[in-house]
Design a protein around this ligand. Structure first.
Ligand code: UDP
Length: 325
């Protein structure tokens, strides 16, 4: 009689990786959820739906590989079973939201990051923090490289977001150094695409919805301030590659194509075929004058750079907003 050979762990079918995503019902969290499910992960999504929306994940209802938990990530996170990756995406992310939710913004970046790190430590999972170009504040170095320490007004209207993310980076590095946790930090620059909230106040939903309604386009200040816009699928691909890399220090992910807000307004008018005129409104306090990522590190480390041209990304975004308006 043939003896049964022990199946070595190498030949045993490996179980799918398990990912926990905080902010899974948000703009970027929901796109990450889709990518990970497509790559064969089991995904547990957490969101308190303060700025996230069930509409962003409703297409996943009934998917056996996706589980949704409505919870505030600043509270203790408990799960049975293994977790391989924790992706901490939860946070308000627009200047209008920071003004409405300054305490929630501070809490999710500080207490929420602490809880998400605690979960990763408990499970021996790898942790990724979504940090932001806002850690550079109103930058005095241009374009922004990861070794720039920033120029942030702690007590201004954006301080709640900027400082919570700076704290989040600090505690992530502390868990890495003290607990030897495997950690990753991405600094996300302006990103756009379907599933942004129509009324979140950010420039892409604002300009596109104004253009689609043929209403005046509200350019703040003289419109000379610059931003660089990355399409969501490019950003999520960069973040995925970073998680799978072995690099624990911050990495910029964004599109280096920089433009003024006046140029951007004209681009949106042309892309939508709108009759809108441009109107000028006061510049918000501490609005960064220029912003453009230096992505040399991401190119070298991850072999990553943006693929989607602004015209193509805008066409997809405009199509989405047309259906929402
Ligand atoms: N902005 C604008 N009109 C708007 C909304 C925003 O001119 O209706 C400008 C804003 O002053 C900033 C840029 O667009 O310079 C990007 O703003 P957003 O709120 O999208 O994000 P930020 O990059 O400032 O965090």
């Amino acid at each position: 009689m043939a003896t049964r050979r022990k199946i070595s762990s190498k030949s045993a079918p490996s179980s799918p990786p398990v990912s926990v995503i905080t902010g899974a019902a948000g703009f970027l969290g929901s796109h990450l959820t889709d990518l990970l499910l497509a790559k064969g992960h089991k995904v547990v999504g957490i969101d308190n739906l303060v700025t996230g929306s069930v509409a962003n994940i409703e297409h996943l209802a009934g998917n056996p590989n996706f589980r949704f938990i409505q919870q505030d990530v600043t509270e203790f996170l408990f799960f049975d079973g293994p977790v391989n990756y924790v992706w901490h995406f939860a946070s308000p992310a627009s200047p209008v939201d920071y003004a409405l939710l300054p305490i929630q913004t501070l809490k999710v970046g500080s207490l929420g990051t602490h809880k998400a790190l605690g979960l990763a430590k408990e499970k021996g999972a790898r942790f990724l923090l979504t940090s932001t170009s806002e850690v550079y504040g109103d930058p005095l170095v241009h374009p922004q490289t990861e070794d720039y320490w920033g120029n942030v007004n702690t007590i201004g209207p954006r301080g709640c977001y900027d400082e919570s993310k700076r704290f989040a980076e600090a505690i992530t590095m502390a868990y890495h150094r003290q607990h030897k946790l495997e950690t990753r930090i991405v600094r996300i620059f302006n990103t756009y695409g379907p599933r942004m909230r129509l009324k979140d106040g950010r420039v892409v939903p604002a300009f596109v919805s104004q253009a689609l309604r043929n209403e005046p386009i509200t350019v703040f200040g003289a419109g000379k301030q610059t931003r660089s816009f990355c399409y969501c699928s490019d950003l999520i691909e960069g973040i995925y590659r970073l998680m799978m890399s072995d690099y624990p220090l911050p990495v910029n992910i964004g599109n280096p194509r920089e433009m003024t807000m006046l140029e951007f307004a004209r681009e949106i008018i042309a892309a939508t075929g709108s009759k809108s005129k441009i109107t000028f409104k006061p510049l918000p306090v501490d609005d960064p004058k220029q912003r453009k990522p230096d992505i040399t590190l991401a190119r070298k480390l991850l072999g990553w750079e943006p693929q989607v041209e602004l015209a193509d990304g805008l066409a997809r975004t405009i199509e989405y907003f047309r259906r929402k308006i």
